[in-house]
Design a protein around this ligand. Structure first.
Ligand SMILES: NC(=O)c1ccc[n+]([C@@H]2O[C@H](COP(=O)([O-])OP(=O)(O)OC[C@H]3O[C@@H](n4cnc5c(N)ncnc54)[C@H](OP(=O)(O)O)[C@@H]3O)[C@@H](O)[C@H]2O)c1
Length: 294
C-alpha cells in the first residue's frame, strides 16, 4: 500500500472512515462481529489509518459506540497493529432527545478525551480532531485548549475539521508551523467547495482528509457511477469500480491528501483500498477533474 505523511506518522494512502457501522443515513447497522470484520478487512488490505469520533453512534445514549468497535477491532486483530494510527474527534455534543450541540471548552474537551481514551483502550490519542467549530468561543482559544491537552499527554497530535482557510491559519499561528497535522473537510466529486482548504493544506504540508470522499452514505457513494460518467468510463477501461477511480483521482490532487472512505461491509473497504495502487493517465485524470460538482 502506498503511504502518505500524517504529521509525524506514515500511514496508508487510503484510510478507513469507520462511521457507517455506527451512524449512517439509512440507520441500518451491522452487528458487532460484522462491524469488527469490516475494520479487520481494512487492516488486511494494508490500511493503517482509521477515522472515528465520539459522536458516531446509533443514538445519543450510545455515544462512543464507534470508538469501542474500532478499539476492540484493533486489539483483536491477529496481525501486527503497531503502525495503526487512530484519529478520533471531539467538540460536538449529543444529549437526551437527540439534542445536538457544540462545546469547545477545555473542561468539556478534557472529559471527552478521557472517555475516548477509555473507549479506544489507549493511553494517549494518536490524532485528536476538533470536530466542528463552537461559534460561541474564539477559535484560537479552543486551539490553545487542544495544545493544553497535548501538553498534558492525553493527545499526541492535533487536527481540525470543518475549517475554512482563516481558521486553519489561526490554528497554525497558535500551534506553530508543524503543530497542526490535519484538516478534515468534506470533499468528493459532488462536493468541491473545499478546494481552497486543500490547496492551503498542501502549501503548508498539512494532511487533508476528505470526508464523505465518495459522496456519503446517503446514496452519493452508491450513485457515483450513474451520476458521473467519466468515473464510470475510466473504471470500465481499468476493470475496477467507479469508487476506486474516485479515490485514485482524489489521491492525484495532492500528495498531502488521504481519503477516508466509509464502509459498513468488508467488501467496500477491500475494494476502496485498491485505489492506492490504481494508476490513471493524465488524460483520465483530466476527464475526472472536468466532471462532478452537481
Ligand atoms: N468530520 C466530519 O464532519 C465528518 C462528516 C462525515 C463523515 N466523516 C468521516 O468520513 C468518513 C467517510 O464518509 P462517509 O462514510 O460519510 O461517506 P463515503 O465514504 O463517501 O461513503 C461511504 C459509503 O460508501 C460505500 N462504499 C465505500 N467504498 C465503496 C466501494 N469501493 N464500492 C461501493 N461502495 C462503497 C459504503 O457502503 P457500505 O456501507 O455498504 O459498506 C458506505 O455506505 C466517515 O466514515 C467518517 O469517518 C467526517
Amino acid at each position: 500500500m502506498q503511504t502518505r505523511k500524517l504529521g509525524p506518522y506514515t500511514v496508508s494512502a487510503i484510510g478507513l472512515g469507520a462511521m457507517p457501522v455506527s451512524m449512517n443515513n439509512d440507520n441500518q447497522y451491522p452487528d458487532e462481529d460484522k462491524a469488527i470484520a469490516t475494520v479487520h478487512a481494512a487492516l488486511d488490505a494494508g490500511v493503517t489509518f482509521i477515522d472515528t469520533a465520539d459522536i458516531y453512534s446509533p443514538s445519543w445514549d450510545t455515544m462512543g459506540h464507534n470508538e469501542l468497535i474500532v478499539g476492540k477491532a484493533v486489539k483483536s486483530y491477529g496481525g501486527g497493529t503497531d503502525d495503526v494510527i487512530i484519529g478520533t474527534k471531539g467538540g460536538i455534543t449529543r444529549s437526551e432527545g437527540e439534542q445536538w450541540g457544540r462545546d469547545g471548552s477545555l473542561d468539556y474537551l478534557r472529559s471527552a478525551v478521557q472517555k475516548s481514551l477509555t473507549n479506544l483502550g489507549v493511553d494517549a490519542i494518536d490524532l485528536y480532531q476538533w470536530h466542528r467549530p463552537d461559534r460561541w468561543l474564539v477559535y484560537g482559544d479552543v486551539i490553545a485548549s487542544f495544545k493544553t491537552l497535548q501538553d498534558e499527554g492525553l493527545i499526541k497530535t492535533i487536527g481540525i475539521s470543518n475549517a475554512n482557510v482563516e481558521e486553519i491559519q489561526v490554528a497554525i499561528d497558535v500551534l506553530g508551523e508543524g503543530g497542526l497535522v490535519s484538516v478534515q473537510n468534506e470533499f468528493s466529486p459532488r462536493f468541491r467547495s473545499s478546494q481552497d482548504e486543500l490547496d492551503f493544506c498542501s502549501e503548508h504540508g498539512i494532511a487533508f482528509l476528505p470526508w464523505s470522499p465518495l459522496g456519503g452514505t446517503g446514496g452519493g457513494a452508491a450513485k457515483v457511477a450513474e451520476k458521473y460518467a467519466a468515473f464510470t468510463e475510466v473504471a470500465a477501461d481499468h476493470g475496477v469500480s467507479p469508487q476506486q477511480v474516485v479515490l485514485a483521482w482524489e489521491l492525484s490532487l495532492s500528495e498531502h491528501l488521504i481519503p477516508i472512505p466509509g464502509a459498513r461491509r468488508p467488501e467496500s473497504i477491500t475494494d476502496s483500498a485498491k485505489a492506492a495502487d490504481l494508476v490513471l493517465s493524465e488524460d483520465e485524470l483530466a476527464r475526472c477533474s472536468a466532471t462532478g460538482g452537481a
